[in-house]
Ligand binder design. Structure first.
Ligand SMILES: *Cc1c(COP(=O)(O)O)cnc(C)c1O
Length: 404
């Protein structure tokens, strides 16, 4: 077993060596521009791109003509929200999203708010899922778009996407989903799920960084977007710029591998995740899983270890790469807005750790991580006066603190 151990696969995933093999010719002698229509170098590149486009479409049940290549999910989300807002702004000015979305959706929505759109940021229930009744009541005749993520990047909670899509189609509202964490991990089908726009990213599914895609539905309904990048009219006018051929080939290969191996891989990572969870929770009291366990990605575990600072825990387990529920923003440590949206207090949000099991993690690594976390949590709790008081049976919520 090699240290350090990487168990932060929601942040990014390593490149699958098979993906690199597929990319290599396009990083070397097959260097043509896919837009060069008049020679063999261009044709070779274009053919590779079209093959990759089929592989990308394949994993979400789409047609390859519905795939717009982008630089990643951040760009896809920007293009979906801003592209729809600008194209359909005459019809209505209302967009619905959720409080637990990725920053790139929330910040895009806030930018549109400044431009005069009305945005509803739906709260979520304690398990991290949106309330369908609340969504139904939020839709008005001014609503043009609902953007709700498929699966959350911090807590792995899967939204009722199929129901959301059905509701949106009944109401004549477009439905976008950020499926960056879902594609390749669980089955996603744009037709069965009534999805009109879907974002995905290469580096979250063992492909390269800096490449992603936006699915744009072509019929029932045909979705139109205002381009956010002007230029040579690539990607059917929706996203200009010379195509990143090696990246696209890599994304296609990553999709093909994931589609073929998804069922097996999901079983394997759920087994490892569940083993990690039982080891931690059997050994440690006052530990809580954040978000629904039932509606959850097979590779995600997010646990709060009460009376322990996530950042201190991270430092204690410095040969294991995971993330904490505190985000470093400028000078302060902010507790995760996702965990806060579930109703977790600042303390529990600060004491949370996200484990992201990946394709290349082994059972031996899971055992090592569990032992390490258990011993560091125990050590930190030994130093915690609050934990001591809790063990003595003092009700901390009734203690009156004085500040000096
Ligand atoms: C990583 C991630 C993004 C951003 O993707 P990039 O390709 O890195 O821009 C967006 N949404 C979710 C849910 C993510 O996990």
């Amino acid at each position: 077993m090699k240290l350090p151990i990487y168990m932060d696969n929601h942040a990014t995933t390593p490149l699958d060596p098979r993906v690199l093999d597929a990319m290599m010719p396009f990083l070397t002698n097959k260097f043509g521009n896919a837009a060069s229509r008049n020679h063999a170098f261009g044709w070779e590149a274009e053919e590779a791109v079209e093959n990759a486009r089929k592989q990308i479409a394949g994993i979400i049940g789409a047609n390859s003509k519905e795939i717009v290549i982008t630089s990643g999910a951040t760009e896809s989300n920007n293009l979906a929200l801003k592209g729809v807002a600008e194209m359909y702004g005459e019809r209505g000015n209302h967009i619905i999203t959720a409080a637990t979305e990725h920053k790139c959706v929330l910040d895009t929505a806030k930018k549109l708010e400044k431009r005069g759109f009305r945005i509803s940021f739906l709260p979520v229930m304690a398990d991290g899922r949106i309330d369908m009744d609340m969504l139904r009541e939020s839709i008005t005749d001014k609503t043009i778009l609902v953007s709700i993520m498929y699966a959350n990047n911090e807590i792995g909670v899967i939204q009722p996407v199929q129901e959301i899509g059905k509701l949106c189609h009944e109401k004549g509202v477009l439905f976008h989903t950020d499926a960056t964490q879902a594609v390749g991990k669980i089955p996603v089908n744009v037709l069965a799920d009534n999805i009109d726009l879907l974002s995905l990213s290469g580096h979250k599914m063992y492909g390269p960084k800096g490449v992603g895609a936006l699915y744009v539905r072509r019929k029932n309904p045909r979705v139109q977007l205002t381009a956010q990048m002007d230029g040579g009219g690539h990607e059917r006018g929706m996203r200009s710029g010379t195509l990143n051929v090696p990246g696209i080939v890599g994304l296609g290969s990553a999709c093909a591998i994931a589609q073929k191996e998804m069922a097996e891989e999901a079983k394997r990572s759920a087994f490892l995740r569940d083993k990690l969870k039982s080891k931690l929770m059997d050994a440690l009291d006052e530990t809580f899983v954040n978000g629904s366990l039932e509606h959850r990605l097979p590779n995600n575990l997010n646990i709060s270890f009460a009376y322990v600072e996530g950042e201190s825990l991270l430092m204690g387990i410095n040969d294991v790469a995971v993330s904490s529920g505190s985000a470093c923003t400028s000078a302060t440590l902010e507790p995760s807005y996702v965990l806060k949206a579930l109703g977790a207090g600042d303390d529990l949000a600060h004491s949370s750790i996200r484990f992201g099991i990946g394709r290349f993690n082994t059972e031996e690594e899971v055992d090592y991580v569990a032992e390490k976390v258990i011993s560091v949590v125990r050590k930190l709790r030994e130093l915690s006066p609050l934990y001591e008081m809790f063990k003595e049976g003092i009700d901390l919520s009734k203690v009156e603190w004085t500040a000096h």
